[in-house]
Design a protein around this ligand. Structure first.
Ligand code: CP
Ligand code: NVA
Length: 311
């Protein structure tokens, strides 16, 4: 409830300077622990004494493991729960859950179906709440993606990123990132699975160079990185329709050849070879996907430090 609590829910409500500071902190911490065992603490253990609780309403590999290792490396500890094992899953309100959890733990990370529920959790918590993916967006993944892009291709400001496929939660986070980090974003999505006019209008209203196309080649031409995501996200019930509508948006070697010289392929994972991209693209030399996955750890550490008010 206290407005001074630093929630990490949505780039739209976080200053660009803070997001930049989080990326820089992630890069610094990553470099500082080069060669250390993954279970060893960072030398300063800044979150010693902190406990992070994680709630999952949906499946997760990267978010769950990277946050668990992140809080350990920062000197703190974790609790991991499935919402189905909590009274939340039997109808206890989000508001009461937030108030109760705030009495036990220092931070909460939640992966949920409903963005509104995560917002409500944050509104009623007295500790920081972190969005580990909702139906609306996935800001934690974007922090890892920007860190990865910059490691390989230099500062992202003024560069050109393409998004090809479903206008889903990841697409929304890329749109928000274009506003906050100042890069050009071109999206190619089928009309029936495009991001909402609201989010695109918001980004353009903020002065961002964000454009939506119906054709993949138009969006990819000249891009420094080309992004894909699964065509069927967790919770989507219309897999057959999606497969049909998204088939022309597969990322192939030919499509990658339309991008800039040295362009990279990005994907938050999990991936489906032969659907949103060919195996030759995701397993080829332009692919950054496993660096993106590793960087979830480094980025999430910096998000936790920021939430604790230590950045
Ligand atoms: N990219 C990502 O969020 O992966 P998980 O679903 O495995 O957490
Ligand atoms: N769009 C995907 C991202 C998974 C990390 C989903 O929501 O399932």
């Amino acid at each position: 409830m206290a407005s001074s609590v630093k929630h990490f829910l949505d780039f739209a409500n976080i200053d660009s300077a803070d997001l930049r500071a989080i990326i820089d902190e992630a890069a610094r911490r990553k470099a500082a622990r080069h060669g250390m065992l993954k279970g060893a603490n960072d030398a300063d253990s800044p979150l010693s004494g902190y406990t992070l609780a994680m709630i999952f309403e949906k499946a997760s590999t990267r978010t769950r493991i990277s946050f668990d290792m992140a809080i350990r490396q920062l000197g703190g500890s974790s609790l991991v729960m499935s919402s189905g094992d909590m009274q939340l899953g039997r109808g206890e309100t989000v508001e009461d859950t937030a108030k109760v959890m705030s009495r036990y733990v220092d931070m909460v990370m939640i992966r949920a179906n409903s963005h509104a529920a995560v917002q409500s959790l944050a509104d009623n918590a007295t500790v920081p709440v972190i969005n580990g993916l909702t139906d609306f967006n996935h800001p934690c993944q974007l922090m890892a993606d920007i860190l990865t892009f910059e490691e390989h291709l230099g500062p992202i400001k003024g560069r050109h990123i393409a998004w090809v496929g479903d206008g889903n939660n990841m697409a929304v986070s890329w749109i928000e990132a274009a506003v906050k980090f100042g890069f050009k974003l071109t999206l190619a999505c089928p009309e029936s699975y495009s991001p909402s006019a609201n989010i695109i209008g918001w980004a353009q209203g903020q002065g961002a160079d964000v454009k939506l196309y119906g054709d993949a080649i138009e969006a990819v031409r000249g891009a420094d990185a080309v992004n894909a995501d699964t065509w069927v996200s967790m919770g989507d019930a219309d897999a057959d329709e999606r497969m049909k509508a998204l088939a022309p948006f597969q990322i192939t070697d030919d499509l990658m050849a339309e991008a800039a010289e040295g362009a990279r392929f990005m994907h938050c994972l999990p991936a489906h070879r032969g659907e949103e991209m060919t195996a030759s693209v995701i397993d080829g030399p332009a692919s950054l996907v496993f660096d993106q996955a590793e960087n979830r750890l480094h980025a999430q550490k910096a998000v936790l430090v920021w939430c604790a008010g230590l950045l």
